[in-house]
Design a protein around this ligand. Structure first.
Ligand SMILES: *Cc1c(COP(=O)(O)O)cnc(C)c1O
Length: 373
């Protein structure tokens, strides 16, 4: 990183991360058995309000296991938002099912429950609700539609660690929640993921699938085809240290979001991610939208202007229905996603990580304001 250059994300490893990793190494438990795994799984379940949590190697395999565990099969259709990271839809393809894209609600930027019904066919078996950029989806409305049509629901909470919906934590709002602990996520182990759930039979199925399909009572007996999707004790050690500091990490991120709002709110053509009255978001990456006509520059021009001045940003995800692996099927189905398309071209993520200082926020906000002059 150049001196003075502000990255868009950076992990905060300033607690007992080093100590715990060293402890794992010295204990020689560096593989997928060890005390930190059990500790992480029970703490994380408690934080998400679920009976159990299962550590896995990353957020993408957490989605894959969730779909398998809920019985999603080849030829099924799974309703997903198009404005999300590609892993949400890739996992649907891993089980031979097809992602069907549903537009988002402008009030939450997450799946619009009112549009789900139009997308349901005889083949639809599940919905993946993504809590985009830390803001929870309207889970009661989504679960209601799912219950009426007999569909399973998965929460992709990769970007919304410990956010809450009507006072209840994300990850505990559907049959299964999935999390990513990739390096740019709120809590991280470099690579890592988790499933959160409460049904004991489902837990057994998911643990079996995570560990090569092994029968827990009989060594080298594999009743089903499973995977090696296990988490290492070293990754779990990092996560235990991260969770100890969860209040500080979430608190500083909330201050940063508030700091951005305060500094940017007068700028014409810049708007923020809405926050529903029932939501307590997790402040993953702070989001703005740029209205080119009012602001006087496009989102991409603003991003280039910031980049030239040492401030890294990210444009919003390219909608998945526009990407080569999905666009042909989407076009044939006639998915229409005007809210997604509009937001995807206007949205920009600003640097968000705990070590960002108030001086950094001043500099970023001043540079955004200068871009307009
Ligand atoms: C990061 C992310 C994932 C994938 O997680 P990995 O740990 O990188 O595999 C899945 N879904 C969403 C919404 C994400 O942001």
């Amino acid at each position: 990183m150049d001196v003075g250059r502000i990255p868009v994300a950076a992990p905060d490893l300033s607690g007992r991360e080093e100590e715990y990793v060293l402890d794992a190494i010295r204990s020689s438990w560096i593989s997928s058995t060890g005390a930190y795994i059990g500790r992480f799984e029970s703490e994380f379940a408690a934080l998400c309000g679920t009976r159990a949590s299962i550590g896995v190697s990353n957020g993408t395999v957490a989605l894959h296991l969730a779909l398998l565990g809920l019985g999603v099969r080849p030829g099924d259709e799974v309703l997903v938002p198009s404005l999300t990271f590609v892993a949400t839809a890739n996992a649907v393809r891993y089980v031979g099912a097809e992602p069907v894209f549903v537009d988002i609600d402008p009030a939450t930027w997450c799946l619009d429950a009112g549009r789900l019904e139009d997308a349901i066919t005889r083949r639809t078996t599940a919905i993946i609700a993504v809590h985009l950029y830390g803001h929870p989806a309207d889970m009661d409305a989504i679960s209601h539609v799912a219950a009426v049509h007999g569909l399973s629901v998965i929460e992709d909470a990769a970007e919304a660690h410990l956010a809450s919906y009507k006072g209840r934590p994300t990850g505990g709002l559907a049959a299964v929640g999935t999390f990513s602990f990739y390096g740019n996520k709120i809590f991280t182990s470099g690579e890592g993921g988790a499933l959160t759930l409460s049904d004991p039979a489902l837990e057994l199925r998911l643990r079996t699938l995570r560990g090569q399909g092994v029968d827990p009572g009989r060594r080298y007996h594999f009743p089903v085809t499973g995977f090696n999707y296990r988490m290492t004790n070293i990754a779990a050690a990092l996560l235990c240290a991260q969770l100890e500091r969860r209040e500080a990490i979430l608190g500083r991120r909330a201050e940063i979001a508030e700091g951005y709002r305060r500094r940017l709110e007068g700028i014409a053509g810049i708007e923020f991610q809405p926050v529903a009255e029932w939501a307590q978001p997790a402040n993953w990456l702070f989001c703005i939208t740029v209205d080119s006509a009012t602001f006087g520059r496009s989102r991409d021009e603003l991003a280039a202007y910031l980049d030239e001045r040492g401030i890294e940003t990210r444009p919003f995800f390219i909608p998945l229905h526009r990407l080569p692996p999905f666009r042909e099927e989407s076009r044939k189905r006639g998915d229409t996603l005007p809210v997604t398309d509009q937001l995807a071209q206007a949205g920009l993520n600003l640097p968000t990580f705990t070590m960002l200082t108030d001086e950094n926020l001043d500099r970023i906000a001043e540079t955004v304001a200068d871009a307009q002059r």
